[in-house]
Design a protein around this ligand. Sequence first.
Ligand code: ZN
Ligand code: ZN
Ligand code: ZN
Length: 257
Amino acid sequence: MIVTLLGTGTSTGVPMIGCSCNVCQSQDPRDKRLRVSVLIEHGKNNVLIDTSADFRQQMLTKKVSHLEAILYTHQHYDHIAGFDDLRAFQFLRQKAPVCYASAEVAAYVRRTFEYAFGAATQIGGGLPSVPFITIDERPFEVCSFNVTPIPLLHGKLQIFGFRIGNFAYLTDCSEIPEDSFALLAGLEVLILDGLRYKPHPTHLSIPESVVLAERIAPQITYLTHMNHDVLHAKAERELPPHVRLGYDGLSFNLASN
Ligand SMILES: [Zn+2]
Ligand SMILES: [Zn+2]
Ligand SMILES: [Zn+2]
């Protein structure tokens, strides 16, 4: 499977609207961060993790013409707000991707986009018509590969990371519960939240992520969900060699089992 980071920025994106700091003004393309999302290409199937607030731009940049499934980590705006743009795939293919989400996240999406779930009074512009499958902590199969949900704490919110083969994606977390470490053994690539240098109540800081990467011990860890405190080139010089910063468009090839 080919895994591509479509966005690696925090909820505001980087640059942030109106900001003139050195990271927001940086000419390094790796400092341009859309909201977080990951594309997994597996044979003829495309699986997306989260429909970010930059979903449309990400689909256009990556020239994605079909999506078979979407895995939702949690319900925050930066992770779900591209949901309405799923309509585009219906216009072209008459078939919507299947969304996998916890009962809580699915209910939140239904409330947020209630017009798509029976509340619309007219359907002039078309409505996203997207089936949801409820997931819990048990592994499930998507497009012939196994997905293991990884319970995480995002502040007080319980959310899911996902493991597929020897790849794991753990965005938006401030704590990895003790039981989840056993699900993370033997990883090749770990994508891990690394918001900024200072501690934060709902996200891992970069120093915390480095300690966790040491314990989980994948072959390589890439940080994601960075804000505008983090200048790519400087951060990479300071990080240990087995912990790197992710950037939009970073892609790698991995076995799916
Ligand atoms: Zn987020
Ligand atoms: Zn800035
Ligand atoms: Zn979040």
